[in-house]
Design a protein around this ligand. Sequence first.
Ligand code: AMP
Length: 396
Amino acid sequence: MLKKKTVEDVDFAGKKALVRADFNVPLDSNGNITDDIRIRSTLPTINHVLDAGGSVILMSHLGRPKGKVIPEMSLIPVAKRLGRLLHQDVRLAPDCIGDETEHLAGELQPGEVLLLENLRFHAGEESNDPEFSRRLALLGDVYIDDAFANAHRQHASMIGVPELLKPAVAGFLVKNELNYFHKSLEDPVRPLAAIFGGAKISDKIKAIMRLLEKVDKIIIGGGMAYTFLESMGYCVGRSLVEKEMLELARDIMDRARELGIPFYLPVDAVAAKARGELVEARTYPVQEIPEDCMALDIGPATIALFRSALSGVRTIVWNGPMGVFELSQFSKGTFSMVDIVAQSPALTILGGGDTDVAVHATGNSEKIDYISTGGGAFLKLLETGELPGLNALDDQ
Ligand code: AMP
């Protein structure tokens, strides 16, 4: 899967590149973009095509309009921001397919950029409708996938179009993601440690299972840790526990033992009677979490344990926060882990929407080697080692 053609394998002179980007940016109530990292991440690919004498037609979804035109989910703010970042006009087509869009695409000159309106204004995008794909594919001469965060979805612009429009290649963002995936999991410098956190085991169970066969140690924090602890017979009070996952949690720990892989769980937790900013919270050893409390962060002894587990590690892959870091009372565990990982000389790769929010909040993002742009896609890649959107691209 890693041996896909990329933008570096194509001559773009006089060509129109149809680029699937992920411009699903957060907007405030006035429709202003609050974080444009997703737009900036695609600039290297856009500039590469323009510098090589080509033109660029960008397509993306925004929000979940479910096949209807919802004006608040228009890509107008994206066209404006992109224009500012590129220092040139970016025209927004009134639709992503249709006669007028075909006309605008047909008139595009080398060096120019056209943005198509929200793909999900058409139901055909999510249903991977062949006719919708055909109309999109008509617009360009080359297909580029730069939407890693969407590569786990079998949508028309991810799968249908690259089947019709050749060459179909990876952009720099996708190439970068795959390179780091390879460096961290396919050919890592060892020891390799995986850190998992976040709310539920059920979302990540397959990824944990697969990684068990690849890593040298595994560290578990966040809500999911309490299902593991309960499966070992601890009483974890009202902490998040997925009863239907207890057996699997036990199986995972048995498998780790068979493989001789150290499996680190919290030894203490910050717990409270409710989840809130103003509730009274205290630290307890995990054996002593009161029945009426829920564990919402890892405690100081756990931070120290995880710190020592990570010393000497040469590669770290991390998905999911250590606690409810959105509330300052329960953010210390996650933020301390960010510091530990940022200071580690290991190659550090982070994936999963919430984990990167936590890292950005600490201002430490520069010290992490790579922060994946895909939450669901990153997990899917961990789980299966492949992604539908990438399978559709041309092999080298
Ligand atoms: P995920 O999307 O699975 O990575 O989960 C992220 C969410 O997990 C964040 O919103 C956290 O607030 C939440 N979370 C982390 N630790 C806990 C915990 N101990 N109990 C409940 N929720 C948690």
